[in-house]
Design a protein around this ligand. Structure first.
Ligand SMILES: *[C@@H]1O[C@H](CO)[C@@H](O)[C@H](O)[C@H]1NC(C)=O
Ligand SMILES: *[C@@H]1O[C@H](CO)[C@@H](O)[C@H](O)[C@H]1NC(C)=O
Length: 193
């Protein structure tokens, strides 16, 4: 008689099929996982890029609206800041408080150009500098230390513990001088934002 060879009836054939199926499943699993992982990574990258782009857009829009806007009443512009010179006089801490209420702070002088700009206002005023936290350590209101001595007036600062706040005095012969004064003295002041 003709022998019908039925492979599925042989135990070794069944084992082979199972093994084959297992291989296929395993492969599918690996492919699935790696696709998932790839998608995850690229979506993370996309999220980071999107946040970056949004930040850049916001920065640009702010810069643009700064350019577009004319100075608010009473403020004048120099480089990337606006300045408000008070018309009344107050002690240092009340002067600073006024600036904070205007969304600004007492001026921090960052460059020779800014020093020159302030001197050209032909006035004297409180600036955002004092040493009332540590005597002799002059700090700007933004927390940075005063890193040059060349704008002190001659023999300034000279008040020790009694004169912890700094006044800007204009001068027609140079770029203006800083003097230490008692913080409770009254003066006009200048805000920057
Ligand atoms: C002093 O500090 C200002 C920032 O407040 C900075 O722009 C300037 O480069 C500094 N100058 C020196 C000599 O470190
Ligand atoms: C000096 O300035 C700091 C901020 O830099 C401020 O906290 C402190 O109150 C000021 N001192 C006085 C006497 O106002």
């Amino acid at each position: 008689p003709r022998v019908h060879f039925q492979w599925w009836k042989r135990p070794s054939g069944v084992a082979a099929v199972c093994l084959g199926l297992l291989c296929v499943l395993l492969l599918a699993g690996i492919i699935g996982l790696s696709v998932y992982y790839k998608l995850q990574t690229s979506s993370n990258t996309l999220t980071i890029e999107r946040d970056q782009l949004q930040k850049e857009r916001d920065d640009l829009m702010r810069k643009f609206s700064n350019l577009k806007q004319t100075c608010p009443e009473g403020w004048r512009k120099f480089e990337s800041s606006w300045y408000f010179l008070s018309t009344v006089i107050k002690p240092w801490d009340e002067s600073r408080q006024d600036c904070l209420e205007r969304g600004a702070d007492l001026v921090v002088i960052n460059s020779d150009k800014e020093q020159e700009f302030l001197n050209n206002l032909n006035q004297y005023f409180w600036i955002g500098l004092n040493d009332s936290v540590t005597e002799g350590t002059w700090k700007w209101v933004d927390g940075t230390p005063l890193n040059t001595t060349r704008y002190w007036g001659s023999r300034q600062p000279n008040g020790g513990g009694g004169e912890n706040c700094v006044l800007f005095l204009f001068s027609s012969s140079d770029q203006g001088k800083l003097h230490d004064y008692p913080c409770s003295d009254v003066s006009s002041w200048i805000c920057e934002k």
